[in-house]
Each structure stands twice: as C-alpha cells, then as structure tokens.
Design a binder for this molecule. Structure first.
Ligand code: PLP
Length: 418
C-alpha cells in the first residue's frame, strides 16, 4: 500500500476505501503483484542453481485462486494435510509438483496421498517402516531434524532438539535400516527448521547438516531446504537477506552435487515470504473508548479474524487509511471478542474516529487461515487485486454458515427432574 496525495493505493490503482464500499468490512485484500515480486526475487537469488524449484507452502493462504496463481507462476506446492493436497489438485497442479509433508498423521492419510500420486515426505520412523512395508515401490523423502535452533518464537521454531518435527540426524542408521529392509527408494532429503530465520550463517550451518546427511542416500533426486525466510513486519525489522542467502547456499549446493555426481533439484518451500506482505486486513472502527489510562480503538473485528498478535505476539503495523494526515495519537487497538484480543499496544496512528477504516499490514500469511467463528461471528471476505482489477474470492459468511453443520434435535426430551 502506497501513500500518494493523502490517499493509500493498492497496486498503484486500487483505492482500498472503494473496496470497502464494494465488499464491506472486515475484508482481507491480497495483491498478486507483490507475490510475483517475491517469487521472482527468490528465483533470481538462486539463479546459479540449475534445477531450482519453489514450492509455495500453501498453509499460509490456501484460497484456491492464490494457489492457482502460484501454479501459473511455475511454482510447485508444499502441503501439510490431505485437504491441502486436494486443493492443489483442484487448482491444477500436477501431482508430482505437490509435496506432502504432514506431521503426526495416520498411515491411512499417507495412503490417500500416495494414491493421489503426490510426493511423500516422512518425518517419523514408525510411519517410514509402515509405509515401506506397504508401498516399497513408491519413493519417499526423509524430513530430518538438523537440531539447529532457529525461529523467532518458541511456537514456530521446529528445528530444535525437543521438536516434534523431523527425524533426528542421530537416527539416520535406523532410517537406513528400514530403507534396506523394505528396499525403498529415498528420492529426497528435507528439512524445515522453523519460521523466521534471522541469520544466513545459521541457516547455512543447518544446510550443511542436511548435505552431510544426504551423502548417506545414493539415489536422490532432490534436496529440500524448507523455509523460514523472515519478512519485515515493521520498519527496521531484521529480515532474511535473500540475495546473500542465495549466494551462500548456491555455492554449498553446487559443491555438493559435484561431489555427489548428479544434478539434483534444489527445493525451497516458502509461505510467509511469498504472501505475507501481499495481504491487508481492512476493518472499521466501532468506538473510541477513553479509559483512565488508555485510549482504545475498538474494531468490528477481533482475534476471530486475526489471531497472530494474540497467539504469537506478532506485530502487525496498523494504519488509518481514512485519515492520512491527522495528528498522530497513541492508541491500543483492540477487538470486539469477549477475550483480551489486543491487536496493538501504544500504537502511534493518525487520529482515529468511529467508522474510520484501519488497515493491518502483513496480513497475507497465517491470518485468514487462522480465523474462526468464535463468538459465533462470521469470517471476513477475501478480495484479490490483480492487474488493476479486483475480485471477490471468498464471500463473507452468513448465519447459514454458522448453523450449517449443526443438527437441531427438536424432540429432545426435557430433563426428568423428579
Ligand atoms: C509452514 C511450513 C513451511 C512454510 O513456512 P514459512 O515460514 O511460512 O515460510 C514450509 N515447509 C513446511 C514443511 C511447513 O510446515
């Protein structure tokens, strides 16, 4: 969103206040031009890799139009559930371009994924053994835990020693035993150390652990370095230096494949990096509440629409797009849910009046996806801004959606209180 002559613009042409008129609020808005910029930037940072593949990690934002947009860019897809696999197939992905990387699911779900023909990534010795005993002819990839502590937040750091994700690099002998027993083929080695990699050198160390582990497998086709690219949420935020990362990992990778003697594919699977900055949540101010110590701006939205500030302590920049040159004042921006759903504390924002529209930045990744019907409220609409046009890509919910799967037992007997 760019400020020009006292107005904000999305993708240079679209006035977000017009979108509010057309679609109402609260509404998520996604700008495809930003997704494309980020996709291109990643590709160009790794242009020195001959077989590069970007798998969009769709759990960040699975609206089918977004998934299809990435398919049309030439991306593959990273999925963590059978439902995401089905969305990917419906969006037109070739099964071979879909990686299935679940955690803690049953062998029945793996069977479904195998039958759909997608790439299988296993992060558990027990499942590896079961899968091998049933489908020894279907290649698999192994998700390792490199035991490199990474991540901005304990909840999203998945590469540390006690993490439930991945097979420990110290259990590779057991992996090899199972592989030999069932005569399975390992086509890939994978890691995903966690969201928010702050330091390229830490990532590079984890990458080296993966490369050292990969040497143990003789018939590989790809190496998957996962994701964790950190994006800036506010001015001055540390974010991953993609270009430096590209230089460093490309050198390591190319050195490895020379030794390995085969031109492997290098896969990354970013979610946040591709969509976070492309999204905005627009919401209306219901009331300004002056307490003894604070001024609260209370929105017609809450943790039911945007959970990250409450769940992860995430910072989302909030701007008043209805009043771009009013004096700055200090607000706590809060929701309408019967919980302490605080979006931001002591935020300096252009003076807010009731009915003003506030925009949250970085609302593309893990925002709509974590929304709920808590307090029996409707989830927001979603709008796509693409090539100067805008499209409704998800309707706002109605009372029918809230009641959809409820079964009303009309003849339920009254309690016998005798
Ligand atoms: C969530 C996830 C990703 C994407 O992580 P981001 O931080 O959004 O880039 C990639 N790979 C796997 C296996 C994941 O679970």
């Amino acid at each position: 969103m760019r400020l020009e002559n006292g107005k904000y613009w999305i993708n240079d042409k679209i006035d977000p206040l017009d979108l509010v008129q057309t679609y109402g609020v609260p509404t998520y808005v996604y700008d495809t031009s930003i997704m494309k910029d980020h996709y291109d930037r990643l590709c160009s940072a790794f242009k020195g890799v001959r077989r590069l593949k970007i798998n969009y990690a769709c759990k960040a934002l699975t609206n089918i139009n977004i998934v299809r947009f990435f398919k049309n860019l030439g991306s593959g897809l990273d999925t963590v559930s059978i439902q995401e696999v089905l969305i990917g197939l419906k969006a037109g992905f070739d099964p071979h371009d879909i990686m299935y990387t679940p955690n803690g699911v049953s062998i029945e779900e793996f069977t479904k994924a195998k039958n759909l023909g997608v790439r299988i990534n296993i992060d558990n010795l027990e499942i590896l053994d079961q899968f091998g005993s049933l489908y020894s002819d279907h290649p698999v990839s192994i998700r390792i835990n490199p035991h490199i502590m990474a991540g901005g937040n304990a909840k999203i750091s998945v590469g540390h020693i006690d993490s439930k994700f991945g097979i420990s690099i110290h259990q590779m002998d057991e992996v090899l035993e199972i592989i030999q027993k069932h005569e399975m083929r390992v086509e890939g080695v994978h890691m995903h150390t966690g969201s928010d990699i702050l330091d390229v050198d830490v990532f590079s160390r984890a990458a080296q652990v993966l490369l050292n582990t990969a040497k143990k497998f003789k018939n590989l086709d790809f190496l998957d370095f996962g994701s964790g690219f950190k994006v800036p949420y506010k001015l001055g935020d540390v974010h991953t230096n993609i270009e430096y990362l590209g230089e460093k990992i490309t050198a390591q990778f190319n050195e490895f494949i020379k030794e390995y003697g085969k031109d492997l594919e290098l896969i990354f699977e970013p979610g946040k990096f591709l969509v976070s900055e492309a999204g905005y949540l627009l919401a209306r101010v219901n009331v300004i509440k002056q307490s003894m110590t604070k001024v609260f701006a209370q929105l017609d939205s809450g943790q039911n629409h945007l959970l990250r500030p409450m769940f992860y302590d995430a910072f989302h920049k909030i701007i008043n797009i209805s009043n771009t040159d009013g004096p700055k004042k200090i607000y706590d921006v809060v929701g309408y849910i019967c919980e302490t759903d605080t979006f931001g504390v002591n935020r300096e924002i252009n003076e807010i009046h009731p009915n003003d529209i506030l925009a949250f930045r970085n609302a593309g990744a893990y925002c709509f996806m974590m929304s709920s019907n808590y307090n029996s409220r409707f989830r927001p609409a979603e709008v796509l801004v693409h090539e100067g046009d805008h499209y409704l890509i998800r309707k706002r919910e109605t009372m029918d959606d809230i009641l959809r799967n409820q079964i009303e037992i009309k003849e339920l007997k009254p309690l016998n209180l005798a």
